[in-house]
Structures are given as structure tokens and as C-alpha cells.
Design a binder for this molecule. Structure first.
Ligand code: ADP
Length: 249
């Protein structure tokens, strides 16, 4: 099985505070990994390290078969932050402009959008059923629509790995369901590998095939089915919580 992400003996500190300790795991092509853990357990830090945004003190990391220190194909990785967290919602940009930004990162100078780029953007907007919003300002959209615009931006380069933060509960349930249906199709039909940071582990069994549960180090990593059958995980989570996580699986 081809490994998309390989993390070996990763440790990380912010100053003196140890946030990740001796973390080792790998993700295969086509996996859909739910990344769980309580607040402050190191989920975002782990994702930032994989995205090359922060450099670990200790450990070896490879992405798409290449050591992170030499990795350059960033357009093959899509990243979707939690709704609006990295974005000023009154920024005066249209849907089309925001999604085009996804393509610009891949370009060399001069960074211009061509006719064929416009087609790619249109296709992404069509796929996410937001083509009729193309010329609207981002600030005019609902939370669910904005989420889809940012997903389109993350998808224009057809990434092999998509890393995302679960949309906040502020989204209505219809938008959330639609969002998760899109992820499901991407994973199943296009084989896109997904890492989903989840803040509500009770839902993870509905979506992911693997669970990575962090608490500075790895509490559990493996298939959801193994998690659900594991007696040691019943000891850690309690029978009821284990059931809650597993009952949708
Ligand atoms: P999670 O995503 O699981 O909530 P984080 O990776 O964001 O966890 O944070 C892990 C720990 O690192 C927390 O205790 C948090 O307060 C701390 N932390 C996060 N970012 C920084 C930072 N930039 N500087 C110092 N400490 C940080």
C-alpha cells in the first residue's frame, strides 16, 4: 500500500511545553482518517507540521513519498481551515476570485489566470453546485455556501491529500450533511486521501475508515472497526463513549 503520510518519532514543543511526544503513524492512499482528541491534544499542531507550517524539533516526516524537508509539491495537498477561521468575512472578493487563488499558488511568475484556468474554476464550482454564486461576494453567502467555496478552492488543484477541519456546528444540518457527502464522494470516487480534524468524535464513525486519537501521543490509531472491538479502548473511553463513537459505523 502506498504511504501518503509517514510520521516517525515526532516530538514537538512550544517553548518548554511538550505538545506532541514520540508520535509514529502512517496513512495509506485512499484512507479517510478522523483525527480526534480533546482540546489542546495536539491535533492542529500535527496538521501544521504535516503542512510544513511549523518545523518539528524531533522526528522524520514524509509526504507523498518525499521527506518533508525536500517536499515541494504543495499544490497536491489541499487544506481547508475551519469555517472562516483564517478569513476575514467582509473581505471584498467574489466566489470566483477566492477559488482562483487556489490555482495561483501553483503558478510561476507571471501569476495570471488564463482562459483554461477559468474553465477549471468553473468546473469546481459546478461540481460543488455553487456555479450560480460565481460573481457573488463572499460576505453575501451563508456559512454553508462559504464552506463550499473554500472546499472548491482546496479542490481546484485536484489534491491527492485533503486536510480539513470539521465545519463548525454553526452550520445547519443540511449544509453539514451536504459537506460530508461531498467528502465521501471525493474519497470513494476520486480516491482522495482525507484527514479530517474532528471536534465531535461521536460522528466520526459515520465518515472515516480510520481513527487517529491523540493526547500528546497516540491513544489509538487504526481502523474504526478495530477501535470498536478493542477492550483496551473500552477501558480508556468507557463502554458508553465507545458505543457512541461506533454506533454509526
Ligand atoms: P488541538 O488542535 O488538539 O486543540 P493544538 O495543537 O492547537 O491542539 O494545541 C496543543 C497545545 O499547544 C495546547 O496546549 C495549546 O495551548 C498549545 N499551543 C498551540 N499553539 C501554540 C502556540 N502558537 N504557542 C504556544 N502554545 C501553543
Amino acid at each position: 500500500m502506498e504511504k501518503i503520510v509517514e510520521v516517525k518519532n515526532l516530538s514537538f514543543k512550544y517553548g518548554v511545553a511538550e505538545v506532541l511526544k514520540d508520535v509514529t503513524f502512517s496513512i495509506d492512499r485512499g484512507d479517510y482518517v478522523g483525527l480526534g482528541g480533546h482540546n489542546g491534544s495536539g491535533k492542529t499542531t500535527l496538521v501544521k507540521i504535516i503542512l510544513g507550517l511549523i518545523t518539528p524539533d524531533v522526528g522524520d516526516i514524509s509526504v507523498l513519498g518525499k521527506n518533508l524537508k525536500k517536499f515541494k509539491q504543495w499544490s497536491k495537498i489541499g487544506y481547508l481551515p475551519q469555517s472562516l477561521s483564517l478569513f476575514n468575512p467582509i473581505f471584498p472578493a467574489t466566489v470566483y476570485e477566492v477559488v482562483s487563488l487556489g490555482l495561483i499558488s501553483k503558478k510561476k511568475f507571471p501569476r495570471r489566470i488564463t482562459k483554461s484556468d477559468e474553465k477549471i474554476v468553473d468546473n469546481a464550482l459546478q461540481e460543488l453546485e455553487i456555479i450560480d454564486l460565481k460573481n457573488k461576494l463572499i460576505s453575501e453567502l451563508s456559512g454553508g455556501q462559504q464552506q463550499r467555496v473554500f472546499l472548491a478552492k482546496a479542490l481546484v488543484n485536484e489534491p491527492e491529500l485533503l486536510i480539513l477541519d470539521e465545519p463548525s456546528n454553526a452550520l445547519d444540518s443540511k449544509s453539514r450533511n451536504h459537506f460530508f457527502d461531498l467528502l465521501h464522494d471525493l474519497n470513494k470516487k476520486k480516491g482522495t486521501t482525507i484527514i479530517l480534524i474532528t471536534h465531535d468524535i461521536g460522528h466520526i464513525g459515520e465518515h472515516a475508515n480510520k481513527l487517529l486519537y491523540l493526547d500528546k501521543n497516540i491513544v489509538f490509531y487504526g481502523k474504526l472497526s478495530e477501535f470498536c472491538d478493542s477492550e483496551s479502548m473500552e477501558d480508556v473511553f468507557g463502554r458508553e463513549s465507545q458505543h457512541l463513537i461506533c454506533h454509526q459505523h
